[in-house]
Design a protein around this ligand. Structure first.
Ligand SMILES: CC(C)(COP(=O)(O)OP(=O)(O)OC[C@H]1O[C@@H](n2cnc3c(N)ncnc32)[C@H](O)[C@@H]1OP(=O)(O)O)[C@@H](O)C(=O)NCCC(=O)NCCS
Length: 202
C-alpha cells in the first residue's frame, strides 16, 4: 500500500528518477536530453536542497514513485536558487554559447530562476510541482498530496499556491481543474498558469 510521507535525503535518486520518467508532458523524458540529470536539476533538486520541509513523497514500500515539491515563497526561493543552487547547476550545465536546440533552451531555463515568479505573487506566493509514476496515477494520491500541501501552507499563513502546466499535458490540466485550480486574476485567459487558495477544499 503506497504511503505519503515527508521527503528524506535517501529518497533523492528516486525523486530524480520520477522527475525524468514524467518529464515529457507527463510521460517518460529519458534520453530527451544528452544528460538525464538536466530536468531534475531544474525541477526537483533545488526544492530538495532549498525547501525539503515542503517535499512529500509517495513510498510504495520498495521505492519512492511520486512526489510533490513546493516553494513556500517563490520570490525568496528564487533568491536562494540564484545564490545557493545556481553555482553548482552552472558547473554541471554550462550556459550554451548559442541557443539552438531544445536542450540549450532547457539549460537556459535552469540559469534563469526569475522565470518562476508568476503573476499575483502576493495572493499566490507558493508554487509546486507534482509527479507520480503511471502505476500510482488515478488512485487519489495526487489529490491527497495537494491536500497535504494546502494544510502545510495554511499552517504557515501562506494564502495560495500557483503552478505552470504544459499545453500538451491534458491529463494534468484536467486534474488541476477538477481540484479547483483556476487561472490567476491578472491573467484570466491564461489556462497554463493556475492558482489555488490555501483554504480551498480539494
Ligand atoms: C497529474 C497527476 C499528478 C494527477 O494525480 P492522480 O493521483 O493521478 O490524480 P487523482 O487520482 O488524485 O485524481 C483527482 C481527480 O482528478 C481527476 N483526474 C486525474 N487525472 C485525470 C486525467 N488524466 N484526466 C481527467 N481527470 C483526471 C480524477 O478523475 C479525480 O477526479 P474525481 O475525484 O472526480 O475522480 C498524475 O496523474 C501525474 O503525476 N501525472 C504525470 C506527471 C504530470 O503530468 N505531472 C503534472 C505536471 S504539471
Amino acid at each position: 500500500m503506497a504511503q505519503i510521507r515527508r521527503y528524506e535525503p535517501r529518497d533523492r535518486d528516486d525523486v530524480y528518477d520520477v522527475c525524468v520518467k514524467t518529464g515529457d508532458s507527463g510521460t517518460d523524458a529519458t534520453g530527451l536530453f544528452s544528460d538525464d540529470t538536466l530536468l531534475p536539476d531544474i525541477y526537483a533538486g533545488p526544492y530538495l536542497a532549498l525547501q525539503p520541509d515542503l517535499a512529500f513523497v509517495v513510498d510504495t514500500g520498495t521505492r519512492v514513485a511520486g512526489y510533490l515539491l513546493a516553494a513556500a515563497d517563490t520570490r525568496d526561493f528564487v533568491r536562494r536558487y540564484r545564490a545557493e543552487w545556481l553555482p553548482g547547476f552552472a558547473a554541471r550545465h554550462p550556459s550554451p554559447v548559442r541557443v539552438e536546440s531544445a536542450e540549450d533552451r532547457m539549460v537556459c531555463t535552469g540559469h534563469e530562476p526569475e522565470r518562476m515568479i508568476g503573476p499575483d505573487q502576493d495572493r499566490y506566493p507558493a508554487h509546486l510541482h507534482i509527479d507520480l509514476l503511471p502505476e500510482l496515477q488515478g488512485q487519489g494520491l495526487g489529490r491527497a498530496l495537494i491536500r497535504m500541501l494546502l494544510a502545510e501552507l495554511r499552517s504557515r499563513g501562506i494564502p495560495g499556491v500557483q503552478l505552470g502546466v504544459g499545453e500538451q499535458n491534458r491529463g494534468a490540466r484536467a486534474f488541476y481543474r477538477r481540484l479547483g485550480f483556476h487561472p490567476l486574476p491578472s491573467s484570466p485567459q491564461n489556462e497554463l498558469v493556475l492558482g489555488l487558495e490555501a483554504d480551498a477544499e480539494v
